[in-house]
Design a protein around this ligand. Sequence first.
Ligand code: GRF
Length: 203
Amino acid sequence: MKNLAVFVSGSGTNLENIASKIAEGKLKNCKIALVVCDNPEAYALKRAKRFDLETLVVKRTDYLSKADFEEVIIRALKEHSVDYIVLAGFMRILSPEFVEMFKWRIINIHPARPNQFPGAHGIEDFWKFRPALTSTAATVHFVDSGIDTGPIIDEEEVARELTIKSQEDKIHQAEYRIYPKVIQLLVDGKISVKDGKVVIARS
Ligand code: GRF
């Protein structure tokens, strides 16, 4: 049984989806040992409560340095024997030291192809500013010390929609399919990184 920590800052629909899949027995061999949230107002905390998940709420502005802020998180991760960190709408950049400590054990979901549209507005950037592109993707990647630059594990392609609202819906639906699938492979030890490239053992 592997322990996951899910990091959130906002709505938390991916958190809820992962928690539901675990509760339904569709995502196996893991549990959410801790939810880490940097925003006390996040709706994700209400979702966490519904699933009776343990939470750590830690505000960056309560600490003088990023190192102090991360120290609190690291302590909690150790206390909960966390094996993997699952970023699900976490709006902070983790320090290189933090990333190194959990090397190839942190994954992120990005609502676009990160090499095309990194950063916080992946759906909007695709839909509004690159009309010639006919498709985008929900992407899961390992976290390295850059912004959305880590090796890609998997993506689910999503066709261009007629409205941004339906584009968002389609991306989120794809996220709810792809993230649990990748988490399952990860906790089952089927994903590794060799020479900076992701290797997946699909049986
Ligand atoms: C998702 O679209 C994810 O790709 C991005 O942040 C969003 C989080 O949504 N990194 P939610 O909080 O899981 O609803």
